[in-house]
Design a protein around this ligand. Structure first.
Ligand code: ADP
Length: 165
């Protein structure tokens, strides 16, 4: 029997409860989900690849069929290399749609066999993105509704380590 592998690419700077919601939905329909941390041209991330991977591993530790990796280059090429059947994307609101639609058509042209799956998170997370989390945390705001306690701690250390000393 073939192993149904899905790839979930993103920047995850850092992983939020919205991302986790999408991962939890994905693992219920695929045998294995590879969360792939990519570079985002035009975005200078707050966290290094290693830090982002570490946070994703800790956040998904309760799920048996999740692997966390890094990729460089085109996601479709990486999906081919992994022999992934599907690619997962999250759709928060209409605002995500236009960009995702455009990307999906490009990716379909580049890799027609890769099935692209769009999942909606719980309503509680539709407003959430990593940029908001970073901003709130940088002003020492409460981010406990947006990320796991571990990620909140890592963010706090990143922004406020000297405040606490
Ligand atoms: P981007 O790809 O814009 O850099 P991310 O790397 O943060 O964004 O997100 C990777 C994937 O996760 C994208 O498909 C994005 O739509 C989805 N995503 C991000 N935040 C949420 C959320 N709160 N709920 C559902 N999906 C989300």
């Amino acid at each position: 029997m073939s192993n149904r592998l899905a790839i979930y690419p993103g920047t995850f700077d850092p992983i939020t409860l919205g991302h986790l919601d999408i991962i939890e939905r994905s693992v219920s329909i695929f045998d294995e989900v590879v969360v792939a941390v990519g570079r985002n041209i035009g975005k200078q991330p707050l966290f290094s690849v290693e830090e982002r991977i570490e946070m994703i591993i800790k956040t998904t530790a309760h799920l048996g069929n999740v692997r966390v990796t890094y990729f460089d280059g085109l996601i479709v090429d990486y999906a081919r290399k992994l022999n992934a059947k599907a690619m997962i994307r999250g759709l928060r609101a209409m605002s995500d749609f236009e960009f995702e639609f455009q990307m999906a058509l490009v990716n379909r042209t580049l890799h027609p066999e890769l099935v692209q799956v769009f999942l909606m998170p719980h309503e509680a997370y539709t407003h959430l993105n990593s940029t908001i989390v970073r901003e709130v945390s940088s002003f020492n705001g409460d981010i406990s509704a947006f990320v796991t306690p571990y990620v909140a701690k890592v963010l706090h250390e990143k922004f406020h380590i000297t405040d606490d000393e």
